[in-house]
Design a protein around this ligand. Structure first.
Ligand code: C2E
Ligand code: MG
Ligand code: MG
Ligand code: MG
Length: 280
């Protein structure tokens, strides 16, 4: 009897594993199909100088315009794309589309100084990354790669370090995303010497209600200042957030208060009206 039960159990696991593999393969195929059909698009969210309120940059954010499920945000597919090893393909199309639009904005004299893209750990493990980047029309200081802190935890990864050094040599800025949530904060700053760090929304949200949280953000801004690293706050949702961050010396503000992520067309209109307002 015990043997029989064991066998059933084995078959149960086996079946479960089997259907898991099928599901995984289906998802991977679905993402690859979506990439082929150009269903992956890019939204743009503006970033503002805390003092002048001029647009100083824009973050490119991936969206999947899914034929059945509608416009999907990254939480619906980025994790699984990472697990299935297809996230680097998404990162690549985001960069290419962002560069295309960046070119257009500069022809329309929209005065957008920089575009930032999110880069997954997987893409930094790619041996051909630099070769591919060299082929792209990237002007010094106009493109920034946002990396999450956990990427730098693996100190022994020589390929990742090599890629990061060469990314910098290509004139692309390195930026630490979601700063303060990745368990490597201070060390990664000293090792990496990024151009900018981005304080995570989780730390920004509570600054209006807690003195301790405000102190924490203040300290991060001071560390950035003392190392010559620009500080961006993400998740700026209220006037109060913006006011406090400005007083604490934060350089750049990004959040729903100033602008939601928008498709390329909406972003162009947004930037044009800002420019017109500034000039009049
Ligand atoms: P992230 O890089 O930290 O991007 C900021 C996220 O916060 C965006 O979500 C943005 O829409 C949202 N956000 C901006 N301002 C506010 C605000 O004031 N309040 C609130 N509640 N949210 C705000 P989104 O576009 O859904 O992206 C989520 C995450 O997905 C990103 O976090 C990033 O880690 C990842 N991601 C996005 N695009 C890409 C990509 O092209 N490649 C990779 N590898 N990851 C990406
Ligand atoms: Mg980001
Ligand atoms: Mg972020
Ligand atoms: Mg975040």
């Amino acid at each position: 009897r015990a043997k029989g039960r064991g066998r059933n159990r084995y078959e149960f696991f086996n079946e479960e594993l089997q259907s898991e593999i099928v599901r995984t393969k289906q998802t991977a195929d679905e993402i690859l199909g979506g990439l082929e059909r150009n269903e992956f698009v890019v939204y743009y969210q503006p970033q503002f100088d805390a003092k002048t309120l001029e647009i100083v940059g824009v973050e490119a954010l991936s969206r999947w315009d899914h034929p059945q499920r509608g416009m999907l945000t990254p939480d619906a597919y980025i994790k699984v794309a990472e697990e299935l090893n297809v996230v680097a393909l998404i990162d690549r199309t985001v960069l290419e589309q962002a560069l295309d639009n960046f070119e257009r904005w500069s022809h329309s004299h929209l005065n957008i100084p920089r575009v930032s893209v999110n880069v997954s750990a997987r893409r930094l493990e790619d041996r051909d990354l630099i070769k591919g980047l060299r082929k792209l029309p990237i002007r010094q200081g106009t493109v920034s790669f946002e990396l999450v802190e956990s990427i730098f935890l693996d100190e022994n990864d020589e390929l990742v370090s090599w890629n990061i050094e060469h990314i910098k040599e290509l004139g692309i800025d390195i930026e630490i995303d979601d700063f303060g949530t990745g368990h490597a904060s201070i060390v990664s700053l000293l090792k990496l010497r990024p151009r900018r760090l981005k304080i995570d929304r989780q730390l920004v949200t509570p600054i209006t209600s807690s003195t301790a949280q405000r102190q924490l953000v203040s300290s991060i801004i001071d560390i950035g200042k003392s190392l010559g690293i620009e500080v961006i706050a993400e998740g700026v949702e209220t006037m109060e957030h913006a006011q406090i961050l400005k007083e604490l010396g934060c350089d750049i503000l990004q959040g729903f208060l100033f602008g939601y992520p928008m498709d390329a067309k909406a972003f162009k209109t947004f930037a044009q009206s800002r420019k017109w307002l500034a000039a009049s």
